[in-house]
Design a protein around this ligand. Structure first.
Ligand code: ADP
Ligand code: MG
Length: 282
């Protein structure tokens, strides 16, 4: 059953480490335990990263260093390569040239992605859907307890025995977040995870993302088309244009942040003007 569940995940968010040798290394049980305790964010260094699809040169030399535990947002017009970049970081696709390194050896559970569609298994109850995120640890004796803890973190402990079909869109996304958190990732990438939610649910999910990031200390990379969301959540906003990082904007407003404050609105305006000027060139 376990194998069936795993292989039938459409595009498992558990990143394949195939592209990360020589850093990839199979980890022993002892280190698993150690991870439970430390579980801190990993730094990320990207050098000269390029990726094309046929003659479409999407990423044309991305250079980026993200310190451990930073919350980075990535914005850019549609089709500029945001999802491509996340997929490369998560090891879901192969790089053409350049490098991505994490400052430590990584294992599959260290780097996770959460997508806009929750991608829940309809035939599995909520708790089992969260357990799927444990990957090969799913058969360990504490799998239930870890999944329950992750469900509690996303405020859905009382839904553990429900089927996904009875949940609201926001609740499904919270289950997907629980599934991403259950393995205690050290880098968590989000590909427009809140894009399909209504405004209020979106704001409560933004708060939840910020809270779990603060509690767990992972390095967060959020792709979003919502610049207000980017400045509300991130330490730093990157604007991608023409295959490169065109702007790198620091947001050092203290947290908790006041949405709609003059300071955040000013930053939002300047990032929007970068995006609009990129758009004018096309
Ligand atoms: N698997 C693929 N095969 C061919 N082209 C792709 C593939 N994935 C993405 N692309 C192309 O790469 C470009 C960037 O796509 P994407 O990274 O999804 O953009 P974004 O997420 O910024 O909207 C687009 O032109 C898209 O059509
Ligand atoms: Mg995309």
């Amino acid at each position: 059953m376990q194998t069936a569940l795993r292989t039938s995940l459409p595009e498992t968010e558990l990143a394949s480490r195939a592209n990360f040798t020589p850093h990839a290394r199979v980890v022993h049980e002892e280190r698993q335990e150690e991870r439970q305790v430390q579980a801190t964010g990993l730094p990320l260094s990207i050098r000269g990263l390029r990726k094309s699809f046929g003659d479409n040169e999407v990423l044309r030399g991305i250079d980026l260093h993200i310190p451990a535990g930073q919350f980075v947002a990535i914005v850019g017009k549609s089709g500029c390569g945001k999802s491509t970049l996340l997929r490369l970081i998560a090891g879901l696709d192969k790089i053409d040239s350049g490098s991505i390194s994490f400052g430590d050896e990584v294992q599959a559970e260290d780097v996770r992605v959460m997508f806009q569609e929750p991608r829940l298994l309809p035939w599995a109850r909520v708790l089992s859907n969260v357990e799927v995120g444990l990957g090969r640890d799913r058969s360990s004796s504490d799998a239930h307890a870890r999944a329950e803890k992750a469900l509690t973190e996303v405020g859905l402990a009382d839904k553990r025995d429900q089927w996904p079909s009875v949940l609201s869109g926001g609740q499904k996304q919270r289950v997907a977040l629980g599934r991403a958190l259950v393995s205690r990732p050290r880098v968590l990438a989000f590909d427009e995870p809140l894009g399909a939610l209504d405004a209020l649910t979106r704001i409560s999910m933004q708060r939840l993302l910020e809270r779990v990031w603060r509690d767990q200390g992972f390095t967060a990379i959020l792709v979003t088309h919502d610049v207000a969301e980017a400045v509300a959540l991130a330490d730093r906003v990157l604007v991608i244009d023409e295959g490169r990082i065109a702007h790198d904007v620091v947001v050092n407003t203290a947290r908790p942040r006041e949405r709609g404050s003059v300071e955040l609105a000013g930053l939002e305006g300047s990032i929007l003007s970068h995006l609009l000027s990129a758009d004018d060139r096309t």
